[in-house]
Design a protein around this ligand. Sequence first.
Ligand code: B12
Ligand code: SF4
Length: 583
Amino acid sequence: MVWTDITTVQVPRIHIGVAAVAAMFREHGCEVQLYVPLRLDIEEFLALVERYDPDTVAFSSMTPQFCYTSQLAQALKLVRPEVLTVIGGAHASYAPQEVIANEAYDVLCRAEGEMAVTQIALRDPRPEALADVQNLWVRMPDGEVIRNPIGKLFGPLDDLPYVARDIFDYPAVLDSANGEMCTMGSRGCPYVCDYCCSPTFNVLSKGQGKVVRRYSVTRVVDEIVSVVERWPQVETVYFIDDIFAPSWEWLEEFRDQYPDRVGRPFRVLLRVECAKPRMIGLLAEAGCYHIDYGVESGSEWLRRHIQNRTMSNDQIEEAFALTRDHDIRTNALMMVGMPQETPEMVQESNALLERLDPDEVTPSIFYPFPGTRLYELCKDEGWLTDRWASDPFQTSILNLPTMSTEEIVRWFHQFTEQGFARAAQRHAQGVFDFLANLDQASVESPWVDDVKFGYFCKTWGRTPWLFAPPPCSLEFDVELPPAARLAFCHGMRHAEGVDPPLDAAVEFSVRIDGELVYRRRRKVGELHALRPWDAAEVDLSRWAGQRIRLSFLTTPHGDLSQTYACGWGGAHLEGARAVEAGV
Ligand code: B12
Ligand code: SF4
């Protein structure tokens, strides 16, 4: 199987859909090897094909990954035309015409994959043998494409095998997510937001069974327990259900089982309409520490008329207040750059965020996904550009009459930065948190405006990052606690459109009153290693109790653009643990 996870994040991740499909292949006796390139490397891919000599190569692709996936599929077909190529996932499901037009794919799977995969596993790996399988579009040897209808939705979900996490480098996935494991309690969503593919899935699967389906509590907890037994480094659990809104009975049973059997804090995604006192109370009792709410815009008009979301701002505010009252962290998911959105509406989003006062803000730039109503609107209005955005985090692919691309990107960065600054302050660590106290720092840099909070891969683990493009110096005057210890991360990742020589490097160093206490060089050429950051600790007991000048420095070596994304994460001083440890 191949999942071309090429984005700026560049850390090992799991894709539950891929793990689900792999589990089904295995269930039917197939051996599965997974390839998850974090950057496009056709030679590496072909070497793996050569090594494993597969009958079938199965690709999974979302829209932003499709162009990379296709380059691999085309390269494969050139050298090994006899290998059956199958593609599934969101892009194949919702843009099947575009996908099947690419002759590198023999078979395309729409919507859920499990039933079709069963047939692919059981039958001969030839398109002709799959000609009548539901959910599949099949290119026959004469070039004709057979378009089979979508079949029954899988049920009951408890009959599915546990997803195959082990085909991923799961310890590395957990490490990059700070010990957070993803899982699901249900499938499907009954809502109808116009930018989302879930309503399209519902239309495709109409008449094929209940779309919203739920695993039993025991099955959900059993699977988590089995993961924790195998990988005890799991610290928290993330339910990635479209929305985590079970019945009271389910949630009460979950509250009775989860704390005793798993006991690790968990987070969920929720609609504000579902945030009733009883629901939030039960979630809190079960150990929920964090809720992601889709807010998306502060403009009620935009939400109602463009996004098809009818909740009021009052409802959103009540949900956030209620959640906070239960000591559960809140994250506001926001979008900017929607059709018809004006700068005034973005100001409304800004004002709503002020009132909500969430612990975190996760903004994204609106990206019209094929199959959604808003994609059709953008296409009909001629707003789609050929400015293809490989990573929806970076820019808008629309030319909107109401807002310029520059404005959209500026607002996006502003929301990102405000969100992380807020998170840094809210969740200050240790006895002194450097990022939460950034206003006390003296910052020296030729590009001081670029020294700011931002998105770095470790934020999957919810650590705020401060970018410090080299050369940059951040100096703090601090009084050290007894038995002091400094903990921090530093990292560097590839920035879009920047291609410095591979031997260029950044030196990360820490000085105390001018004395070097830490130094590490990171080469650009090493960036595609699994983990683009380092976590470090420095014992400062020599200066315990003293007032010192502590500097974090990033220094360029070689021809390195200042736009390179590098900086510091979670930097803080610890005292107590060091004393306990007798340091
Ligand atoms: C959870 C989730 C995430 C989580 C992923 C967590 C994880 N570790 O898995 C996070 C938050 C990280 C995430 C990120 C993104 N996501 Co997301 N995500 C979802 C969500 C809500 C559920 C996905 C899921 O796991 N479903 C359950 C599994 C079992 O289903 P599945 O993945 O669809 O797989 C099934 C079928 O598609 C099929 N299948 C899949 N692959 C293959 C391959 C073969 C060969 C076959 C035969 C079948 C097959 O079989 C599977 C089992 O039935 C969906 C919405 C949805 N309801 O699908 C959006 C969704 C998939 N995400 C989406 C997007 C766009 C993104 C981002 C690009 C957003 C962004 N701004 O960056 C990133 C991309 C990250 C990345 N590189 O993967 C879009 C995709 C739209 C599109 N056309 O591409 C969706 C549909 C939401 C939407 N906007 O409508 N996402
Ligand atoms: S509530 Fe979430 S998953 Fe459901 S349709 Fe809206 S955006 Fe999609």
